[in-house]
Design a protein around this ligand. Structure first.
Ligand code: SF4
Length: 408
């Protein structure tokens, strides 16, 4: 009873803080209206047919493959795409497809068409690289998957970061998500790397919000960065700061979100949905918080027993998964939540059709080791060793998701 009333008081206090945040901010995300949504959906379908025709040529194969891709999209993001955001002239329905229209979007589409039409002949190019560009981080987060690599001598010089980008762009990468450590501690190099990568790939920065000031958000934007993913693991500041072991990181993250929105970046929150978070019924208040902040997306990440969580009993139970899936469908499909950010929950498709990791995306950790994804450490080679041997080419091999398997 007492705990319940303390928790209610914290929520009320937080509600007031959110209102205050809302009155200070200058920019928020608004999904496009119904007419514009029809225009975007139609435009994307026409793009799909157009590239299917010129890539696959045979009418029966075109129709079969287009149907497969439409089905795959529904299985990944849910049956209804009711939220589309326009940022700097491009439309975004999630943060893992490049914005439409763009060359990166077209390349990614053609690649996916070939992958489905010729599954035996075309194993497919890389699409997305998560690249941890620094080992430095001022935080000590409970769930950190880079824990064992942090705060050691940097692996890559700025020139080497650019060489790594070049290597994976040759393999087809149309998206880079730059993380760390905390990538914003290396803002000067980060800006240079984005400026280099921007012509062939869409660039996103994954940050705790540290050092994401107004000036730095504008520097990212000016360099060609398209968006940021800001980790906020609780809407109650004290709980977020405790989870990340940093007394001001909640306020810095809020400042960072507002700065990124004002700079014209796509903004997603990312939250580690622990058992405590889910058992405390914090999902819906968190979405209210995200809506008030005005972000475009919210990403739900399940805790995994790696890094700082290694050896701990953190994996979610069946009833938590049911709770997350039902929430994902409700927020994205129920008209009552049209004004809320779109929810990205990878566990939904991973448990039904497999995982994109390894076949379409890889994770280069801050030591240069290459894995299927940030959460499944499946080291296959070290890209730093490769660039230093002057070979400049990496094994074109799949490093499959060991947990959920591969999406066809
Ligand atoms: S999770 Fe990210 S912000 Fe937190 S300690 Fe690890 S690298 Fe730093």
């Amino acid at each position: 009873m007492r705990i319940g009333s303390i928790s209610r008081q914290m929520e009320n206090r937080q509600s007031q803080r959110i209102k205050n945040i809302g009155s200070e901010k200058k920019a928020t995300a608004h999904g496009v209206g119904a007419l514009e949504r029809v225009f975007v959906k139609t435009g994307r379908i026409i793009s799909l047919f157009y590239f299917a025709c010129i890539t696959l040529k045979r009418p029966v194969l075109v129709i079969k493959t287009v149907k497969q891709l439409i089905r795959l999209r529904r299985q990944t993001w849910g049956p209804k795409i009711s939220k589309i955001y326009k940022v700097s002239g491009r439309y975004y329905a999630n943060l893992y497809d490049p914005g439409w229209p763009s060359r990166s979007y077209n390349t990614s589409l053609k690649e996916e068409l070939k992958r489905h039409a010729f599954p035996l002949k075309h194993t497919g190019n890389l699409n997305l690289v998560f690249f941890a560009i620094t080992r430095k981080c001022p935080l000590r987060c409970e769930h950190c998957f880079e824990w064992d690599n942090l705060n050691k001598k940097e692996t890559f010089s700025k020139e080497e970061l650019i060489q790594v980008v070049d290597i994976y762009q040759k393999q087809g990468a149309v998206q880079f998500h730059f993380s760390g450590g905390e990538p914003m501690v290396r803002i000067n190099d980060l800006v240079e790397v984005i400026r280099h990568a921007r012509h062939k790939s869409e660039c996103i920065v994954v940050t705790s919000g540290f050092n994401l000031t107004g000036i730095n958000a504008r520097r990212l934007k000016e360099a060609g960065c398209k968006g940021v993913v800001v980790s906020i693991d609780h809407y109650v500041p004290e709980l977020h700061n405790a989870f990340r072991h940093h007394p001001q990181i909640f306020q810095q993250a809020i400042t960072g979100v507002n700065a990124a929105l004002a700079a014209g970046l796509v903004v997603s929150l990312s939250v580690c949905v622990t058992k405590t978070f889910l058992d405390g019924n914090h999902l819906m208040p968190y979405m209210k918080f995200a809506k008030e902040l005005g972000v475009h997306f919210v990403q739900l990440l399940e805790p995994k027993a790696i890094g700082h969580y290694s050896g701990q009993d953190v994996l979610l139970e069946e009833h938590h998964i049911v709770q997350l899936e039902s929430f994902f469908k409700k927020i994205n499909n129920d008209n009552a939540f049209n004004a809320h950010p779109f929810v990205m929950y990878h566990g939904f498709h991973q448990r039904r059709i497999g995982c994109y990791a390894g076949s379409r995306s890889i994770y280069v950790d801050s030591a240069g080791d290459v894995h299927a994804c940030p959460f499944c450490h499946t080291k296959s080679y070290n890209v730093g060793d490769i660039i230093r041997t002057k070979e400049k080419s990496v094994p074109v091999k799949e490093n499959l998701c060991p947990r959920y398997g591969k999406i066809a």
